[in-house]
Design a binder for this molecule. Structure first.
Ligand SMILES: NC(=O)c1ccc[n+]([C@@H]2O[C@H](COP(=O)([O-])OP(=O)(O)OC[C@H]3O[C@@H](n4cnc5c(N)ncnc54)[C@H](OP(=O)(O)O)[C@@H]3O)[C@@H](O)[C@H]2O)c1
Length: 210
C-alpha cells in the first residue's frame, strides 16, 4: 500500500495532531499548507511541505500528483466570514474523480451536517452563521455524491484540546442528544485508524468522546 498521505490543513489544530500520529504510524506526509514557515515538522525526513491554497485549482492539482491517500483537516478561517470549504472540496473531488485510480479521501466534516443532528445544526448556525454552515454542508455533499472515489466523511462532535484517551464512540444514527465533546487528538486517531481500516469507506461517520 502507498503510505504517502497528502494532508490539507496540516498546520491546523486537528491537522497537526494527525500529522504527528500518522508519522508515528509509519506513513509519509505531504503537508499542504498556506504558510510553510509555521509548519513545525519540515525537517522530518518523512515530510514534504507543499505551499498552496486549497481554493486554487492549480495548487491542488499540483499537490495531488502521485498521492495514494488524501486527508482533509481543512476548516473555514475563524471569525473571518471567509468560506473556503465548498471551493476546496470541489477542487479536490473534481481532480481525484478524474484519476484512473482515485486516492482514498478521508474528509473532515462535522456533526450537524446532512441531517445528522438538528440540534447541533441549530447551534452551529447560531455560532457560525447560516452562510458558514451551508458552505460546509455543500462541501460535504460534494464528497458524498462521489461514486468512484473511496472516501470516508468524518463528522466529529465538538472538538477540545484536552489530552486524548485514545477512545471514541461512533454514532450510527442521527442523534437528538447533544453529543459528547471529543479531543482533536482522538479524532486524529480515528483518521489514522481509517488509513488501514476500510470498513467505513463510502460512508459518513459521526464520532464523539468516550
Ligand atoms: N470546533 C469544533 O468543535 C468542531 C467540531 C466538528 C468539526 N469541526 C471541524 O474540524 C475541522 C478542523 O478543526 P480545527 O480546529 O483543526 O481547525 P483549524 O485549526 O482552524 O484548521 C483549519 C486549517 O485549514 C487551513 N486552511 C484554511 N483555509 C485554507 C486554504 N484556503 N487553503 C489551505 N488551507 C486552508 C488552515 O490553514 P492556516 O493554518 O494557514 O490558517 C488551518 O490549518 C474544521 O473544519 C472544523 O470546522 C470543528
Amino acid at each position: 500500500m502507498d503510505k504517502t498521505i497528502l494532508v490539507f490543513g496540516a498546520n491546523g489544530n486537528l491537522g497537526s495532531h494527525f500529522v504527528y500520529q500518522a508519522l508515528e504510524a509509519g506513513y509519509t506526509i505531504k503537508a499542504f499548507v498556506r504558510s510553510p514557515e509555521k509548519f513545525k515538522l519540515s525537517n522530518n525526513p518523512n515530510v514534504q511541505v507543499i505551499q498552496g491554497d486549497a481554493t486554487n485549482y492549480r495548487d491542488v492539482e499540483r499537490a495531488l500528483k502521485g498521492v495514494g491517500i488524501v486527508v482533509s483537516c481543512l476548516g473555514n478561517p475563524p471569525k473571518k466570514k471567509t468560506y473556503i470549504m465548498d471551493k476546496a472540496y470541489q477542487n479536490i473531488m473534481s481532480i481525484v474523480s478524474n484519476q484512473t485510480i482515485p486516492p482514498r479521501c478521508l474528509m473532515i466534516s462535522s456533526i450537524g451536517m446532512g441531517g445528522s443532528s438538528w440540534f447541533v445544526k441549530f447551534i452551529l448556525q447560531r455560532i457560525g452563521g447560516k452562510e458558514g454552515f451551508n458552505d460546509f454542508e455543500k462541501a460535504e455533499e460534494r464528497v458524498l455524491k462521489e461514486k468512484d472515489v473511496p472516501f470516508v466523511v468524518i463528522r466529529p462532535a465538538g472538538l477540545t484540546d484536552k489530552k486524548g484517551n485514545g477512545k471514541y464512540r461512533i454514532i450510527t444514527k442521527p442523534t437528538v442528544f447533544f453529543p459528547k465533546f471529543i479531543s482533536r487528538s482522538d479524532v486524529a486517531k480515528f483518521f489514522v485508524n481509517c488509513l488501514s481500516d476500510t470498513s467505513f469507506d463510502g460512508k459518513s461517520v459521526m464520532i464523539q468522546g468516550y
